[in-house]
Structure formats: C-alpha cells, structure tokens
Write a protein that binds this ligand. Sequence first.
Ligand code: FCB
Length: 480
Amino acid sequence: MSITDDTASRSIPGVAAQPALAFAAFPPDFLWGAATSAYQIEGAVHEDGRALSVWDRFSAVPGATYQGETGEIAADHYHHMEDDVALMAELNLNAYRFSLSWPRILPQGTGAVNERGLDFYDRLVDTLLARGIRPLATLYHWDLPVALQDRGGWLVRDTAYAFADYAEVVARRLGDRVEWWLTHNEPWCSTYLGYALGTHAPGLHDKQLAVKVGHHILLSHGLSVPRMRAHLSPQAHVGIALDFYPVYAANDHSETLLAVKQADTFRNRWFLDPLFRGSYPDNLFTNLGVTPPPIHEDDFSIISTPIDFLGVNYYSRMLVRGSEDVVIITEHTVPFNNFEAIERIPGASYTEMGWEIFPDGLANILTRIHREYAPKAMVVTESGAAFDDHLDDNNHIHDKLRIDYLQAHIQIVAQVIRQGAPIKGYIVWSFLDNFEWSEGYRKRFGLVYVDYPTQRRIVKDSGRWYASFVASQSASRPSF
Ligand code: FCB
C-alpha cells in the first residue's frame, strides 16, 4: 500500500490537500461506516416507555462523570434520527453501527416488551436501508436495565438468560432486515472498568466480582447466538466486538517479557480465548489474584459457539516494562505490581484521551488474531480519536489530526487485507460527538461536531475527508 495521489481530498472545500490512499485494496462490498451507541447519543431517557439503565444511575452519582454530565439529552438523536441518517448518507457511509437500548425495549429487563422502544429501532433500520446504509446492530453497549441490576445484574447467571431472551425479541423484529449483529461491545470494559476499577457503571471495586461478571457476559453471548440465528436471514453475520491493546516490551529484560505476557493475557486474551478456544488463558485468574468464577459444565461449549465475525475495536497499544515498584493502576495500566505500563513515551503523539497514536498496533492485532484465532471474518468496529476540536469563525472544524489518524489506520487495514486477513469493514468511532462515559462531553470523537446547546450538527473536515475517500472507493470498484 502506498500513498499515490490526493484525489480523495482535492475536491473538499476548506480541507488542505491530504495524500489519499491507493484505491486498489478494498473489496467492493467493504463496509465503510461510523459508529455510535444508544446511551452516548440518544437522550430521551424518559420517553416512550424507556426505563432507566445503570448508566443513568451511575452518571447521577456526584463525581462519577466529568462535571456530573449524563446522557439525559446527549446528542438528542432520538429526536434527530431522520436528519442524522440523512447526514450519514451525505457522508457516503454505506454502513452504520449503532446499539439498542435494552431498557427501551424491555423496561424491566425481562417480560413485557415495550413496542414503542422497538419501533424506534425499526424506523432507524428502515431509514438506513432506504438510503443504502447497512445497519450493524449491537445489542449491549453497557446500558443494563436498572431493574436487572437490582436483581443482581451480571453477577447472577439469570441475567445471561435474560439477555438471550432480549436478543431473541430484537432478532424477531429486525432480523428480516439487519444482516450484521454484535451481541456485546467490549465486555472487558463493562467487566473491568465497571466492577474492578469502578470508573464505569455500576462503579464497583472488586476484581473477584469482575471475573464473575465477565463469565456471565460471555455466557450471555453464547446463549444468544442460536436464539438470534433462528430469526435471521441465512446470510446474516453474528459476532461480538472486543477491545484490544497489543502489548509491546520496553526492553528485553526477562521480567519485562514476562510482564508482556501477563498484560496480554489480561487485556487481550481474557475474552478472546473462551470465545475461540473454549477456555480461559492460563494464569489469568492467578495473575489477577482472584479465584476462577463458577463455571458450569457446558459453559465453554456455549461460549465458544462459532460466530461469523469478530468485531475489533482498536485505539492504542500498551508499552510495558518489568519493575520492582508498585505502580498506580489506571485504565491503561494493569492490576499487577511487578510492572508498569508506560503512559508517556518520549516522541510519541497522543490523542485528547491521552492514548498514544500507534497505527501499527492495528496491524499487529489483526494479523495476530487472524493467525492465532482464525475468525471467519473481522470488522474493525471502532477506530478513531478525540482531539481538541474548535469551531472557527466560519463554522469549520479543521481537524487535520483526525484525518491523519484515520488515513494511517485505513492504510494499515489495506496492508493487512493484502496479507490475506479477512477484514470486511472499517467503522469510525464516532459518527457524532457524544457522551464519552465518565469523561462526559469534553472528549469529541465525531466526524460530525455537535453544538450541544443548539443540537446543531457541523461536519468536521475529517467527515468531509472520509466522505470523499469512501466515494472514491465506490467509484473505483477494484477487483481484489
Ligand atoms: C470504546 C467504547 C465507545 C467509546 C470509545 C471511545 O471503548 O466502546 O463507546 O467510548 O471507546
């Protein structure tokens, strides 16, 4: 893959010429899209019969989020859905990844279906399809109904069965039209950030609880796959989106090499191994200092039910160094006291999240998963960056850093496809600026800027660049 011309950006008013990609790499049916999730954009938390989720409750706890911000209004997508989809079409997206809010559809988590909640997603799907945009639906992007949390949430096995019932309800309604499905988004985050680090809902600090939660989430995934398939078209694809941080060694000392292995087990293999190998990786629980969760006899065969594709969410890497010192635990470090994750690498560039920009890590993780786990297909279901976006006097957002970021990562995907990995799509996080969980609204990931007081949408330069790039792809329609 080489940078060969700049036609993809030449026609964009206000965007400085960016070198574009050679067009020969991507198959014609490649998914070019952007993603969001329900709680991060919808707002309308009290409307049409929706009940509360754990994120409504958690974000209301003083100090839980930046300046106490919540998803109560967010990007008000619930009321702007048609216009938002029209904007996706303007950006030439041929795919859109969204999540469904469980408490909109089953306010009590189980039992009575709230048809008005389902109607919203039904309309969304029809609106997308009318514009030639393929929907990728995620069932769970962290917003468990509080009704279920109050009955034990993911700490009880029953929640896994409740999830499978919910999955079937959704598949029955949308399965005739949606062909790409993800059960969960980033179970590592809902598990570890939610139950061990306490930075996400429900805000607990107990590693022992976290491993139990992780197991039930995996079980819920496996239980739901056949329940969904019974209502999907034969060509539908069912998968799960995991988040990955490839781990690199800062030196070649033996304690560092051991640290790399430990961090990789914890950060990348915890969920991958049960799904593809039907077991937890060796030493996962010992390293964490916990006992294994209760595992029933058939659990691993359920969890490792074959899936059609793996969603790969990639933002950054970890660079670790073996150490004698006890180090501070953050989202990016690891809960072990014999090594540290280096948070600021001299010479490296960082996004506003403090995440190192490291496109090669995407090649690393995609080729490694292909080689070692061989999923039938992969979609990059999240890739993107928060930068310090500002509206200029002409109402433009010149986010060249984001254009560079996307371009570099797309180039990596092209390279990995050429090496033979079955990558079927690239989905930018995010379509719109949105509620970035505990960071509130101050971190902007969108291709489209949201002016929250007015809910006006303004396409950033990166959105224009992406639109132009995607258009150039469909125009060239190369044979692969
Ligand atoms: C991922 C989440 C997504 C968003 C991005 C920045 O971990 O899936 O909701 O917060 O990070």
